[in-house]
Design a protein around this ligand. Sequence first.
Ligand code: TEU
Ligand code: CA
Length: 559
Amino acid sequence: MAREWWKESVVYQIYPRSFRDSNGDGIGDINGIIEKLDYLKYLGIDVIWLSPVYDSPNDDNGYDISNYQAIMDEFGTMEEWETLLAEMHKRDLKLIMDLVVNHTSDEHEWFVEASKSKENKCRNYYFFRPGKNNLEPNNWESVFGGSAWRYQAETDEYFLHLFSKKQPDLNWENPKLRKEIYKMMSWWLDKGIDGFRMDVINFISKDSRLPDGESKKGSSYASGAKYFMNGPKIHDYLQEMHQEVLKNYDIMTVGEMPGATPEEGVLYTDQERKELDMVFHFEHMDIDAGEDGKWDLKDFSLIELKEILNKWQVALEEKGWNSLYWNNHDQPRVVSRFGDDGEYREKSAKMLATTLHFMKGTPYIYQGEEIGMTNVAFDSIKDYRDIETLNMYNEKKADGWSEDKLMQAIHTKSRDNARTPMQWNESSQAGFTTGDPWISVNSNYKKINAEAAIEDENSIFHYYRKLITLRKTHDIVVDGKFNMLEKDNDALFVYTRELNNQQMLVISNFTSSKQHYSLPAKSFEIVNSELLISNTELDVNNEKEIVLSPYETRVYFKK
Ligand code: TEU
Ligand code: CA
């Protein structure tokens, strides 16, 4: 069946600051990535999503861009970036870059210009508004805490920043601004990149009235999400972007869409609508958050997780395409979050990978996931670097949270869990740097590192290689229809895939205890099926009743 290359691909996300430092300044860089391309090729991935490497003051580690067409000095030069792209293409690896166009850095020349006067030609590239009754123009809060508005005395107005104070939002209502963005996108695509991951792209259309959000009890600010998520003109802008830029290239696009529903996911990814190819939704990333948001810790429910993933599989079955991910640079590490990073670390990491990779969609592997890297638990807030974490610490401390409660929330949910340096080997600093790393290495690196994983044929790393190979050798993994079983089972994640007369059955035990399961005769004929992969040594004789050991996973296949 002829299909787009990105439907068959496995994507690996690199957070450059933490991947590999080649010059000893403690910061990952482009030459460090070049050093590791053979490792990535050996893993078997096809595409690399590179988090931002553009000029940036690093208020939000590169997601605050001051020049879209220059490489951040700490990461290297444009020539080194060109070499990276050439070396990737030489290895038949594709590169998608991170497109961050909901906002720029406040050090971007557009913003520097815009700040000079209300009449400046760039003023309307951003949201500048007068205050109201000595308050901000509305009551929206920033994703990183506090007001989403920052006052500028020079012109006696406020500007909108949904993220940090140094990340002013771009005004997409302005056709001149949109044209500048499209020109920049084409400039990168003409260099030969293979697509974009688009940062909070469903935030770019705001309700132009910028109305107040519903105030929360005891908080002076409110979420404005309903007025900027999936906003009034988002589809117009994406279709215009497709018409002006995207349609001219054989590329892949994935939109990061906090707050998107499956129904919106179809609108964004139905190829006939000529918008994007796939989206990252967040519904499964919010299930261990209470009503006060991510820091309000809550145990996750497997039934809810299955409900959400099933909803997205079913909604995008006919039209649209799913991204499949557990991890990225903003999320805690999945083996600590939904698995067991203690006794069953390796087994649960393999189970989680199996459960994800046999669903329908394009799977994403975040750096370190392939070796089962875990969350980190630094003793002191001084060891943390992420602006979201540091703002939360100060804000909640002022609200009276104890040090224990603060650190427990940070250990569980901080984005720095994903940003400790990649663990390459057991030498000092895990082989990430010969200098002092910008953030400390997780102390478990002597046990958990790529070199040890490559040497151990039963490692998570080699298990990921098998998963990727199975995707390449079995059409059913890409094209098969998904069907969730055992929806009300709070211990087992069970589903089938079907393609013509082929069938696949995936069974995963999400618990640390044994689980009994009677194979579903009607939806999968176990007889004459083969065991495709498992994280457990099994003497399978196609019995009807099975007992799954802790975190055991099995995949049966029948053609
Ligand atoms: O993230 C968007 C986003 O919503 C994140 O803030 C995420 O949901 C949250 O941090 C989870 O705690 C994108 C980038 O991935 C993130 O790194 C940036 O900080 C953010 O946009 C602003 O560019
Ligand atoms: Ca470096």
